[in-house]
Design a protein around this ligand. Structure first.
Ligand code: ATP
Length: 301
């Protein structure tokens, strides 16, 4: 049996810099894993027949069949190494779903890491990431964890120094928007991104700040293009940001296409106070912190 943490991700920077003819968008993103996580355990017994069972706790609405990314990850892994058998996955769900925190991708990545360990590290990290990419754009990052600069259509990953330790609050309330619909709205606003992008040095500044432990001074460089559309449509996003800002956040910003919001706090006391307040408002709210890349023989290297 293998137990893995499946950490949520936040985007410290997320911009669209172009649109390809096939409709995919070129992005620039700085992703960072945080300690808010699902707990995933995997048991595997080689057998002539393939059978995958997924058991969930903590969230009744998560699919437990082939619609679950974690389920599909196990199937793909065994297909890739040409083995069959009985797989039993349990997911203790803590990450809010469909919130821009990549919870499903994190679970799938955890299953890929676990299956690879249980099968004697048959795939290299690179191969594991390529397998994950076929299932979801965020999965390669979720296999590695820590901090990364993500470019292209999300498939190009460059490891960077993770965000230094600091109190974070992640919160979400109400429904989000569909991500493809959101990209459509951004296309309308930005003329399908046909113009060459304006030079933007904020990603480099953030990466340097992460390396030099000066993120607190550089939070004004954080950016999320989806904030141009989502808060107007989902007022809860603005309410959460207002509570975080009033409670002393150095910066509060939406993650991914929302509706989750993360706040960077100067101290634990203010992070905890704001979290309590957000919970009283009915939000799912968590105090957490940035995490380093997953350690181990075949991960995070
Ligand atoms: P992203 O940030 O990558 O866009 P997200 O955080 O917005 O992801 P997820 O929590 O990954 O969204 O879930 C989106 C949808 O995927 C859910 O509505 C759910 O039906 C489906 N799903 C499949 N597998 C999982 C899983 N293991 N955990 C959560 N959702 C899953």
């Amino acid at each position: 049996m293998r137990a893995e943490r499946a950490n949520a991700k936040i985007n410290l920077y997320l911009n669209v810099v172009g649109r390809r003819e096939n409709g995919y968008h070129n992005i620039v993103s700085i992703m960072q894993t945080v300690s808010l996580c699902d707990l995933v355990t995997v048991e595997y017994l080689p057998a002539p027949q393939l059978s995958i069972r997924l058991y969930a706790s903590g969230n009744d609405s998560m699919p437990t069949d082939g619609r679950n990314l974690a389920w599909r990850a196990a199937e793909r892994y065994l297909g890739k190494i040409g083995q069959s058998g009985e797989v039993r996955i349990t997911v203790e769900k803590h990450i809010p779903m469909a919130a821009g925190l990549a919870g499903g991708s994190a679970d799938a990545a955890a299953v890929l890491r676990a299956m690879n360990r249980l099968c004697g590290n048959r795939l290299s990290t690179r191969e594991l990431c390529a397998l994950g990419a076929g299932l979801g754009a965020d999965i390669p990052f979720c296999i590695m964890g820590g901090g990364a600069l993500v470019t292209g259509i999300g498939e190009q990953l460059e490891k960077i120094t993770p965000m230094p330790q600091c109190p974070l609050v992640v919160a979400c309330m109400g429904e989000g928007i569909s991500t493809p619909w959101g990209y459509g709205k951004l296309d309308e606003l930005h003329g399908n991104f046909v113009d060459a992008p304006v030079f933007d040095d904020r990603p480099d500044t953030i990466i340097r700040a992460m390396h030099e432990n000066t993120v607190a001074e550089h939070t004004p460089c954080f950016f999320n293009i989806f904030e141009e559309i989502v808060p107007d449509l989902r007022p809860r996003v603005g309410e959460i940001k207002a509570v975080m800002n009033a409670g002393g956040a150095l910066r509060a910003m939406m993650s991914g296409s929302g509706p989750s919001v993360f706040g960077v706090f100067p101290d634990m006391e203010s992070a905890e106070r704001v979290t309590e307040k957000l919970k009283e408002m009915g939000a799912a709210a968590f105090v957490c912190h940035p995490t380093a890349a997953y350690q181990g023989e075949n991960c995070g290297e």
